[in-house]
Design a binder for this molecule. Structure first.
Ligand code: MG
Length: 427
């Protein structure tokens, strides 16, 4: 009797494992609805370099959820569900060559009465990297435009503060940039170098700067845009430090189209006209003596929300200046979009170098509104933050691999939401 119980348990476990589609080694079949005459492909996922690409199947049409990298060559069938009892010419674990472009998946019903052929196509990027495609970004009126003067809108990730012992620095790795590019379709990253607080740049210049440089150089290698962020709330207190830092960055990286300078993350409630603007003009002047053309983004009062004040008195000493807009969807809603629209209508370009979801849930209607608004206005944005700290905006759960390669189980709800935004942003 004991053996029979074990056997029953085993069968149930097997069926369940098939139905959720996460088994690597078994050909999977829908256990519930299909009859022996059915020959349907119900779901299909493929794997490339540990990243899963999902297909949607609608009335025989099979489409990928996002394009694959330019140089993708071979993929593996990761999971596949077909009608119960049916057979297929392809199975989990089969390797498919992308160069052949179209692969046929033929499903034959259990009773042989029906045979269906699904044409599996591979959508592959027609450019080697996003920076190769768009080149040096420039400001034209209230838009960020590419080398062909076309408006550009990018979706990406901000890393956490670089500060010693703040927990986020373990993700400052080239492998994380690679994973965000491959698995998230991320096209821009932001290295957020803490300045005044404990363990920040003023305490330990070399360590903080080296962390930032890892991300900047990984982005250059991999063809992503990258924001060099002076992650400060009091930058006007250390103008000379900012000048020295950005002179070094401009010297090292100013000839790369990948680079965007962000010279003041979030000013507090200080004057735009008499505090932030003079600070910005000093730093901009220093950068422009070395790098005449890469975009410089300037923070705005009250945690980079008062973009209207910058619009009333914009910086005219240099071209290619954009202004920072930050939002967190739980706090900042239509009123901030209205304010930002006024600034855009006055002719300044905005850059959302940081934003946050509501956290804890993917059901975030305000984020949906913000993303729709970003699309309409061709705005770029980086979500806060690549970290595993237990707070609502971290994209991965505590202890997640510091080299990337995060499967769904390692993502927070905020991580799942922002990944889905990034993956489909360039459609
Ligand atoms: Mg340059």
């Amino acid at each position: 009797m004991r053996h029979i119980k074990l056997l029953i348990f085993f069968l149930i476990a097997s069926i369940y494992s098939c139905s959720v589609g996460d088994s690597d080694d078994d050909f999977q079949k829908d256990p519930i609805n299909d009859k022996s005459t059915s020959a349907n492909l119900i779901s299909l996922n493929i794997e490339y370099k540990s990243s899963i690409f999902n297909y949607t199947i609608n009335e025989g049409v099979v489409e990928m959820d996002r394009p694959m990298p330019f140089d993708a060559d071979e993929v593996i069938i990761k999971s596949m569900i077909i009608s119960s009892g049916a057979t297929s010419n392809k199975k989990v674990g089969d390797k498919l060559q992308i160069s052949s472009n179209v692969q046929e998946i033929v499903i034959t019903a259990e009773d042989g009465s029906t045979k269906k052929t699904y044409n599996l196509t591979f959508e592959v990027n027609d450019y080697t990297s996003i920076v190769d495609k768009h080149g040096l970004l420039q400001v034209n009126g209230n838009k960020i435009v590419d080398k062909n003067n076309e408006a550009v809108s990018l979706a990406g990730n901000s890393f956490f503060w670089t500060n010693n012992n703040w927990g986020g620095l373990k993700y400052y790795k080239a492998s994380v940039v690679s994973w965000l590019k491959l698995d998230w379709n991320t096209t821009i990253v932001r290295a957020a170098m803490g300045v005044e607080d404990s363990g920040g740049y003023l305490d330990d210049k070399l360590s903080n700067k080296n962390r930032l440089k890892v991300i900047v150089e990984a982005a250059i290698d991999q063809g992503l845009y990258v924001i060099i962020d002076w992650h400060s709330h009091h930058a006007e207190d250390n103008t000379e430090e900012a000048v020295e830092f950005f002179k070094e960055m401009a010297t090292l990286y100013g000839n790369h189209p990948n680079i965007i300078y962000e010279i003041y993350n979030e000013p507090l409630d200080v004057s735009w006209n008499t505090v932030i603007k003079p600070y910005a003009e000093t730093v901009i002047s220093a950068i422009r003596k070395i790098d005449p053309d890469n975009i410089i983004v300037v923070g705005t009062p009250e945690w980079s929300q008062k973009v209207d004040l910058a619009a009333n008195n914009p910086i005219t000493s240099s071209d290619n200046i954009a202004y920072t807009l930050h939002f967190y969807s739980v706090h900042h809603q239509q009123w901030l979009r209205d304010r930002a629209k006024i600034a855009l209508d006055k002719g300044i370009a905005l850059f959302i170098t940081e934003w946050g979801t509501i956290g804890y849930t993917q059901n975030d209607p305000e984020t949906d509104k913000w993303m729709k608004w970003c699309k309409e206005n061709s705005l770029s944005h980086c979500s806060w933050a690549v970290n595993d700290k237990v707070e609502e905006w971290s994209i991965v759960k505590e202890g997640a691999n510091s080299n990337g390669s995060w499967n769904d189980d390692k993502l927070t709800e905020s991580g799942k939401l922002t990944r889905s935004i990034n993956r489909k942003w360039l459609e």
